[in-house]
Design a protein around this ligand. Sequence first.
Ligand code: UDP
Length: 373
Amino acid sequence: MKFKKKKIAIVAGARPNFVKIAQLVSILRKHRFFDYKLFHTGQHFDFEMSQVFFQDLKIPKPHFNLNIRSGKHPFTTQIALIKKRLQEHFNKEQPDLCLVFGDANSAIGGALAAHTLDIPVGHIEAGLRSFDRTMSEESNRLVTDLLSRFLFTHSESANKNLSKEGHSTSKMFFVGNTMIDALVRHKKEIAKRKVAQKLGFKPKEYGVLTLHRYNNTDIKPVLDDILQAILMMQTELPLVFPIHPSTKERISFFSPHFFKQLKFARNLHISEPVGYLDSISLLKDAKIVLTDSGGVQEETTFLGVPCVTLRQNTERPITVTAGTNVIGGITKDQILSEFGEMMQKPKKRKKIPPLWDGKASLRIVRVLEKKLL
Ligand code: UDP
């Protein structure tokens, strides 16, 4: 009798998802007893936000592309469309498991689709909480965890959060950080990139800025305060700013006068978003990183590079307690104060968080072997 492989549906659609699936896909495609199908929701679709990650991280082309683009649909419509289209595909494909990643709409859409069809869901990066219900990412996290049969966590505090919410410990698997898997795997290629040098900067003589959270870019007074802080910080440290397409759009819409000022600021190097390998190369050699990205807070902690988070909270507290991260706030004064302090006394990492070692995806596969085969 022919052995039937178990089918795993992997749902990804946003930039950080591609980083998180890379190592897992590389293991699953060679696995004897698992077959995977990759569903790209289309949430991010520009070359710089999507295809470049498939190239850099050597991820095979998705099996299905749903083409449900951000910007074209309002937030909740996008989740509903992802759910509906995935349900149609899952009905045909009949996967044995659906894996979703992080806190983007693709995660909650995938979890809803699978759950309604009685397909078990595995959430990678479960249990993270900012405790800020005004963030759509937070509701995505809460609901995705509720719908999941397997809660794969990357830090002990995530397990604690899940326990407090009443999730059974039998569903929780502390496996480590899949984003760091990609970084560890591509260390040599990253070292060769030397992006800062190509831009004319010496290591540790520039900063990197990334900005894209809706809570920062969709509220004009918040955005204006952050932009004012950026204009002041670049006079003290040259800043490289690979700008997210939605942030570019929001600045042009809300504050076109700022866009002109940013463009002409002497020490601000604005570019299109960079690919994965270039991004880590830039982060690695930076003196300070300013960001509202979840992934970048983790990468800077792993790399030991000081990071000022342009938010009022983080769902990744280990990057503050063990790592190089400080909460920089969202007002001009607080950001400038935290930046100034970091310039004077760069924060040192205490330790690399446990299980951020390049083997998280392997641990996930080991759990699935035990539970599904
Ligand atoms: N990143 C990238 N190019 C950029 C900015 C970020 O490759 O221009 C990478 C970054 O190194 C990290 C990931 O994108 O691996 C984080 O994605 P993002 O900040 O969009 O999402 P979040 O982590 O906040 O969910």
